[in-house]
Write a new protein. Structure first.
Ligand code: MG
Length: 270
């Protein structure tokens, strides 16, 4: 299910708060990272990755590439190079990405029970998505290194899929750097809703310094969440506009999202 929050619903919910029509209109885009921001399914992802890599590259995945904050396509080509696949133009690596992506999604589907038995929902993730879904004039989707089918599987396993509109997301199977991918997602959201989501109307909630870079390059505010491999200090150092230890404090999260995408600039150090 996709939640479409219209101005009408917002007005109906809060009839006596003096919400103006201008505030009702769609004006805010919230992009969520998935891995280590909303869910931790690293173990099953790694196992699935090795399986799909062996099936497509025809050799075992021995050297593991860095994965934090990177896209499926980046990780795949790095893995090929690290594991001795011919990377020259016309070499065997070409044309492997698409079948790999499909194989990875198939392998994860086959292991989908393990997403919940071996993985976990991160604290506050469900409540955070639910709270943002209730914010007036807001649409939310994912900006992730995962392909769309993999992203959907991971969120569906934990009952999070109904909160986001997958049609307007940005996915790691698309061979763009993440900052460009953010622009693509913003454009998709803008086209769908007939509005322009500017830099000050878009926020990326994510756990990696690479995501902070992507927000800067892609034109969005960044809200760092230190639930991944990076510490709060590292996220701040990377230039995050705000940092939270995790998603557990829903009140603060919503305040930060609202302020980062609102007319008043956020005070430094918030
Ligand atoms: Mg992440």
């Amino acid at each position: 299910m996709i939640l479409h929050l219209t101005g009408l619903a917002w007005t109906a919910e809060l009839p006596s708060h003096g919400i103006t029509e201008e505030e009702d209109a769609i004006h805010r885009l919230v992009l969520w990272n998935i891995d280590l921001t909303l869910v931790d399914v690293a173990r099953v992802t790694r196992a699935t990755y090795a399986e799909a890599f062996a099936a497509i590259a025809g050799r075992p995945l021995i050297q593991l590439p860095q994965t934090a904050g990177r896209s499926e396509s980046e990780i795949f080509f790095d893995a090929l190079a690290l594991n001795g696949v011919d990377m020259r133009a016309g070499g065997e690596a070409e044309h492997m990405l698409e079948p790999f992506s499909a194989e990875l999604a198939r392998a994860l589907q086959a292991r989908h029970d393990e997403l919940t038995s071996q993985g976990q929902l991160l604290p506050g993730a469900t409540q955070a998505l639910a709270a943002v879904a209730k914010l007036g004039g807001t649409v939310q989707t994912v900006l992730t290194g995962n392909s769309r089918p993999t992203a959907m599987l991971k969120l569906r396993a934990f009952g999070l899929d109904g909160f986001v509109d997958f049609d307007i997301g940005g996915y790691g199977s698309e061979a763009y750097p993440k900052g460009t991918l953010l622009r693509v997602a913003r454009q998709r959201a803008g086209d769908k809703h007939g509005v322009t989501f500017g830099e000050d109307a878009t926020v990326y909630v994510a756990d990696s310094p690479r995501d902070v870079d992507a927000a800067r390059i892609g034109g969005a505010r960044s809200l760092g969440v230190a639930s991944g491999r990076a510490s709060a200090a590292e996220l701040r150092e990377a230039g995050a506009d705000a940092v939270l230890p995790d998603l557990a404090d829903i009140g603060t999260l919503v305040t930060l999202i609202t302020r980062l995408t609102g007319p008043e600039p956020l005070a430094a150090g918030a």
